[in-house]
Design a protein around this ligand. Structure first.
Ligand code: SIN
Length: 285
C-alpha cells in the first residue's frame, strides 16, 4: 500500500509501498500524481530500476521531454547519465539554482533522477519551493511580479562564450555548446501551476537573463531580490541520496541545485524528463 510521508521542511515527500519496476496500477498512479501535485518533490527509496524500467516509469507521466546540449547514453536518446569520475576536477553538473530547460517554449514538467552510484560524502540535491516563496512576498511585490515577463536562455551555461565553452578541466559528460544555446524565450515571471492552480516564481540565476521591457540593471535588481528570497532556508529541502532512490521533481514550482563536496568519489545518476506545457501566467487566467 502506498505511503506518502511529507518531509519535515514542509515540501517534498517520501513515497514507499510501491514497486516502480512494474507498471503502476491506475489507483497507485493517481495517488503518485496527487502526491506530486501536493509536495513538488517525491523520493522513492529502494527502487533498483533498469534503464528500460526507468523509461517505462517516466512514460506513465507523459511523453519524454527534449534534452538538449548533453549527449545522452548510447542507444538511449531519452536518458542522460550524470557521471562525475572520482578524479574529475570540473565543477559538478547542475551546480547552480535552476529549473530544468526553462529556456524551452514548453519546458519539462518533471525530471526523474535515479541514483546509481552515490558518493559517501556530498552530492546532495537541494530544492527550493517557488510557490511558498511567491506566497510570502508582499501583496504589492506579488502584483509587480504578476505582470512581468522573464527572458530565459541557455546562453550563460551552454552559449559560445558560456561556462561550459570556457571550461578547461576535463569532464566525463559530453556537453555541447554553441549558438543554438543563445536563443531567448519569454515566460511569465509568475507561473500558474496547471494542476494545482498555485502561483510560483519562475526564474533562476542559471537561465533567466533579464525582464522584458526593463534595463539589465532594473531586471537584475528585481531578479536578484527574488533569488535571495527563494533560496532562504525556510523554502529549502535537502535530499540526501542513497543508491537506488528515484527522485522526481516538479520543474513548474521548484528550483534545484546539485551540491558538490564529493571530490575523490564517483557519482552516477540517470536522468529522464517528462514533457511539459506552455507556461501560463497570471494575466492569462
Ligand atoms: C540536475 O539535474 O540539475 C542535477 C541534479 C543532481 O545531480 O543532483
Amino acid at each position: 500500500m502506498i505511503t506518502v510521508t511529507p518531509e519535515a521542511s514542509g515540501f517534498g515527500a517520501v513515497v514507499t509501498g510501491l514497486d516502480l519496476a512494474q507498471p503502476l496500477a491506475a489507483d497507485a498512479l493517481a495517488a503518485v500524481k496527487a502526491a506530486f501535485a501536493a509536495h513538488g518533490v517525491l523520493s522513492f527509496p529502494g527502487q533498483p530500476l533498469t534503464l528500460d524500467q526507468q523509461e517505462a516509469f517516466t512514460l506513465q507521466f507523459g511523453a519524454f521531454g527534449e534534452d538538449p546540449f548533453i549527449v545522452p547514453m548510447p542507444g538511449r536518446p531519452h536518458i542522460l547519465e550524470l557521471r562525475r569520475a572520482a578524479d574529475e576536477t570540473a565543477p559538478n553538473f547542475g551546480a547552480g539554482w535552476h529549473s530544468d530547460w526553462s529556456f524551452q517554449p514548453h519546458p519539462p514538467a518533471a525530471t526523474i533522477l535515479h541514483g546509481k552510484v552515490i558518493p559517501p560524502v556530498g552530492g546532495d540535491t537541494l530544492f527550493a519551493d517557488c510557490a511558498a516563496a511567491y506566497d510570502t512576498l508582499s501583496p504589492a511585490f506579488q502584483r509587480l511580479c504578476d505582470g512581468l515577463t522573464a527572458l530565459h536562455s541557455a546562453r550563460l551555461p551552454y552559449g559560445r562564450d558560456g561556462v561550459y565553452a570556457n571550461e578547461t578541466a576535463t569532464r566525463t559528460m559530453t556537453i555541447l555548446t554553441g549558438p543554438a544555446a543563445e536563443a531567448v524565450e519569454a515566460h511569465p515571471l509568475v507561473r500558474v501551476h496547471p494542476v494545482t492552480g498555485r502561483r510560483a516564481l519562475y526564474c533562476s540565476p542559471v537561465y533567466t537573463i533579464g525582464l522584458e521591457g526593463m534595463t539589465r540593471e532594473e531586471g537584475y535588481a528585481i531578479l536578484g531580490h527574488l533569488y535571495q528570497h527563494i533560496v532562504q532556508p525556510q523554502f529549502q529541502f535537502r535530499h540526501r541520496w542513497a543508491p537506488d532512490t528515484l527522485l522526481m521533481w516538479d520543474n513548474r514550482c521548484t528550483l534545484h541545485f546539485a551540491e558538490g563536496g564529493y571530490d575523490g568519489h564517483l557519482r552516477v545518476m540517470h536522468r529522464t524528463t517528462v514533457a511539459g506545457e506552455a507556461v501560463i501566467g497570471v494575466t492569462a487566467n
